[in-house]
Design a protein around this ligand. Structure first.
Ligand code: SF4
Length: 342
């Protein structure tokens, strides 16, 4: 048996015994698989599962997603981040409804908003058995190790070479199962740090394992240095209301989301207590966010609104607003008076 056939067979047998029972694996339904792949684009499996189940209860099919009010859609996505994914999902749902059904091949999926090479290959192979290999970060890592490839993953030609290898290895008779097995291996065995080679079904065929170089692979040269940003968010209440701002339409991916006012936009607010601080990372930005309770004696400027606190659960809140409000519910660390800029 050739190496390629042996890798396919070992992967398949391992996946059938060890695949995690994830909710989107229960049935190869295009809607369920597509939604899961979009949610998994930038979010870990463990974080996605509860959102996925709630999302499917709210929008059980493509028609209900297509007609959902934007505020309800964003509230259901709130906490997953990268909100352009939710908006693209709905735009794509409307196209699917208009076309009268789901595309069945890679090119049809690729034309939908928010669907890149990876997602098109995943859905077309898992649901429609089309022979397209997936090559996300997990899979590229597995491939770099299997072939002991020391190319830099930041280089397009290296990613292209590994993607071609993924296509060559793909089992054409069971492309969906093969793709899922590769992704699963990268997610639970061939980990970025401390790969579990002792539990790996393809260890005997892995060139990096043989050479002892698995910890050093894949090679990825350092990217852009993280940008550090500090800010102070204000929790200002007035009886049963809280002061919030909604992001206007021109504010890109977070347009339509609600957030707490920043101290820089309300210099007249008076500090009454410190709630604490938290850190938050988005792409290469590293935020350090301080949260304080404050009072406002005059009417707020344009753009800020008093909102009943009872509505907070229904509004699409930014992740930083959610984290800040959770901190504000804890007992105060300190109370005093002074400007929030102090
Ligand atoms: S043997 Fe180790 S390095 Fe090679 S594919 Fe398996 S887990 Fe990854």
């Amino acid at each position: 048996m050739g190496r390629k056939t042996a890798i396919r067979r070992r992967l398949r047998e391992w996946f059938r015994r060890h695949a995690r029972p994830l909710p989107w694996r229960a049935s190869p339904d295009p809607y369920r698989v597509w939604v899961s792949e979009i949610m998994l684009q930038q979010t870990r499996v463990a974080a996605v599962v509860p959102y996925y189940e709630r999302f499917l209860r709210l929008f059980p099919d493509v028609e209900s997603l297509a007609r959902a009010p934007e505020e309800q859609l964003l509230a259901a996505w709130s906490g997953l981040g990268y909100y352009s994914r939710a908006r693209n999902l709905q735009r794509a749902a409307r196209m699917i409804v208009e076309q009268g059904g789901f595309p069945e091949d890679y090119d049809g999926w690729r034309r939908l908003p928010g669907v890149g090479d990876y997602t098109a290959a995943a859905v077309a192979s898992i649901v429609f058995s089309r022979p397209h290999a997936v090559a996300d970060g997990n899979v590229l890592r597995v491939l770099a190790r299997l072939g002991n490839d020391h190319g830099d993953l930041r280089e397009a030609r290296v990613r292209k070479r590994l993607s071609a290898l993924a296509q060559e290895l793909l089992d054409p008779r069971r492309p969906g199962e093969h793709n899922q097995a590769m992704m699963e291996l990268g997610a639970v065995v061939c980990l970025p740090r401390n790969p579990r080679c002792g539990a790996c079904p393809v260890a005997a065929l892995c060139a990096a394992h043989k050479a002892g170089t698995q910890e050093a692979l894949p090679v990825r040269s350092p990217g852009r240095a993280p940008q550090r940003i500090e800010s102070t968010l204000l929790v200002i209440e007035r009886g049963p209301e809280i002061l919030l701002r909604v992001r206007p339409a021109h504010e890109g991916r977070l347009a339509g989301f609600w957030e707490l006012p920043d101290a820089a936009e309300l210099p007249e607010a008076r500090l009454v207590g410190i709630c604490g601080e938290f850190r938050h990372a988005i792409t290469h930005h590293r935020y350090r966010v301080r949260v304080v309770r404050a009072q406002l004696e005059q009417e707020p400027p344009d753009g800020l609104r008093w909102v009943p606190k009872s509505r907070l659960g229904d509004l699409p809140l930014t992740t930083t607003a959610k984290k800040a409000l959770a901190l504000a519910e804890k007992p105060p660390q300190h109370a005093g008076r002074g400007s929030v800029e102090e």
